[in-house]
Design a protein around this ligand. Structure first.
Ligand SMILES: [Zn+2]
Length: 91
């Protein structure tokens, strides 16, 4: 059985939802840097079963949870904008 951090799924999904409204680079490198930053700020939620996943889902529907994820994503975006690690083209 494999343990999974469901926060990964939430953060990735949320970033996909909001990335078009953010003034940031959308390349794979920057995206994964933003996700890593957000995940390091948020408490991980590990589950090992589908049932556990459903349980976490019920407990994470609060708007405070959404706000926490969004705040972490926005902070990650700011960091990545200041220090992009992708290959600079022509720079
Ligand atoms: Zn980039």
């Amino acid at each position: 059985m494999k343990c999974q951090n469901v926060m990964e799924e939430y953060v990735t999904r949320k970033l996909d939802e909001v990335i078009d409204s953010l003034d940031c680079c959308k390349c794979d490198q920057c995206r994964s840097d933003i996700i890593s930053y957000a995940l390091n700020r948020l408490s991980p939620k590990y589950v090992s079963t589908e049932r556990g996943k459903a349980f976490v889902k019920v407990n994470t529907m609060s708007s405070q949870f959404e706000i926490d994820i969004l705040t972490a994503i926005y902070e990650g975006v700011e960091i990545v904008k200041k220090n992009p690690r992708h290959q600079q083209k022509g720079a």
